[in-house]
Design a protein around this ligand. Structure first.
Ligand SMILES: Nc1nc2c(ncn2[C@@H]2O[C@H](COP(=O)(O)OP(=O)(O)OP(=O)(O)O)[C@@H](O)[C@H]2O)c(=O)[nH]1
Ligand SMILES: [Mg+2]
Length: 417
């Protein structure tokens, strides 16, 4: 007998809980809770209700206050909820206490993000990184909750990378962790060798970074036809992929798609994905892709810039790319370092590739000048200060193709063709 997909697929109904303490930025907390709902949906869950508590500081034992916890337990019962997700990190004992009081499985934001990573990891390295992060973070919390690990279901928060369920036999944990660390070291070494040979090739390498779901993979697909997975899901991409792109001038650059950023990205996750993130940061230039229509675009940009600095790529030549402009009523004019595009329709992409060309030229752009006979001294200046690419002697003067910076461009504007 055939079963419909809806009967097969069990959707977990979850309660989302956020705590606003004395020092919390309220708007940021609201945005974070909205994101938590998207994360839940990406993990295959559905939000039954959200709950927010204002409190001086978290309760050491149960995170939210006792009265609020009772209220949460009641609401979970009446809403048929089978999972509670807290929008912050919980300690193993807090998880246990909350589960005892509510009778409902409880996870935190980090566990949810890791769960999505576990579902989306494709490469061997990605899977190793996720499993190691889970062993370090999720397992202590599951053990702390006093559950029988051998009987854990495959629910949200406990799923393992790839095919295999999260290894949960306590006795094997340490050995497993050591062997994962060993395997990762090897993969990282290979990656480093690849990176070195890429560097040696001297080809300009552009990292495409930005908030999750901003459209990084879509842009790479548009430019290079790379066939990268682009989906309306958070953290669709977990591995870096590098593709060659031919600039309008015919020169090539390398473009690397990367894992997306998110606010409150748990530190241990950054650590686990450090080599992947560093690979992205080890570039010659950066495109920061941002969803122009997202009301939190500004904060998302801050999160991205901070993470880039943390990874040591804060001062690389950078272009800011506002994407999804096909959905906007109107967009501002481009400036030297900011472009408005749609990676879906191709709107504005020519202006972007022009700027990428300038970036790859070390901030210089190609310009053609025609100097009349009396002005030939400028040619000397160009030879000394710029890269002169072509010179042609014509009856009316000298035609020069040179890579010039802003200052030089201004100086010779009058003769530009
Ligand atoms: N309307 C519109 N949608 C877009 C545009 N660019 C991307 N999208 C959509 O946005 C969603 C996310 O795109 P991705 O390319 O997967 O985003 P990403 O930045 O690679 O996301 P992660 O890999 O999850 O970090 C997909 O559903 C895309 O179709 C655009 O210019 N306009
Ligand atoms: Mg992607």
């Amino acid at each position: 007998m055939e079963t419909s997909i809806f009967e097969e697929k069990q959707i977990t109904r979850a309660a989302l809980v956020s705590l606003i303490t004395a020092g919390t930025d309220v708007e940021g907390a609201e945005a974070s809770l909205e994101e938590l709902e998207l994360l839940l949906e990406t993990a295959g869950g559905e939000c039954a209700f959200t709950m927010t508590q204002n409190r001086e500081k978290p309760d050491a034992g149960t995170y939210i206050g006792a009265g609020k916890l009772d209220e949460l337990a009641e609401l979970c019962k009446s809403n048929d909820v089978s999972l509670i997700v807290f929008d912050s990190e919980l300690s193993p004992s807090q998880i246990r206490n909350i589960e005892d009081a509510t009778g409902v499985a409880t996870i935190d934001r980090s566990m949810l993000i890791l769960d999505i990573f576990a579902l989306h990891a494709k490469s061997r390295e990605g899977k190793l990184q996720v499993e190691l992060a889970q062993l370090r973070y999720v397992i202590p919390r599951l053990i702390g909750s006093g559950k029988d690990l051998s009987r854990l279901g495959g629910g949200i928060g406990t799923r393992g990378p790839g095919e295999s369920k999260l290894e949960s036999d306590r006795r094997h944990l340490r050995r497993r962790m050591a062997s994962l660390e060993e395997a990762l070291k090897e993969v990282e070494q290979n990656r480093l060798t690849q990176r070195k040979s890429r560097k040696k090739s001297g080809v300009f390498n552009i990292a495409v970074v930005g908030y999750t779901n901003a459209g990084k993979s879509t842009l790479l697909n548009y430019l290079t036809g790379a066939g990268m997975l682009a989906e309306d899901k958070l953290f669709a991409t977990l591995d870096t992929t590098t593709r060659k792109f031919e600039l309008p001038s015919g020169a090539s650059v390398l473009m690397t798609d990367t894992v997306g950023f998110i606010r409150n990205l748990p530190h241990h996750l950054i650590k686990a994905f450090r080599s992947t993130l560093e690979e992205a940061a080890d570039c010659d230039g950066v495109l920061i892709v941002c969803d122009y229509n997202d009301s939190h675009a500004f904060d998302q940009l801050e999160v991205t810039k901070n993470l880039l600095s943390e990874l040591g790529a804060g001062d690389k030549p950078t272009l800011l790319v506002y994407n999804k402009c096909d959905l906007a009523q109107s967009v501002p004019e481009n400036s030297d370092d900011t472009v408005y595009i749609s990676a879906l329709t191709g709107y504005g992409v020519d202006a972007l590739t022009e700027r990428m060309e300038i970036m790859a030229n070390g901030g210089k752009r190609d310009a053609v000048y025609l100097f009349p006979q009396g002005e030939l001294s400028h040619l000397n200046y160009l030879y000394q200060n710029c890269v002169v690419k072509e010179v042609e002697y014509l009856p009316e003067g000298v035609r020069v193709l040179a890579a010039v910076d802003e200052k030089e461009a201004g100086r010779f504007e009058k003769w530009e063709k």
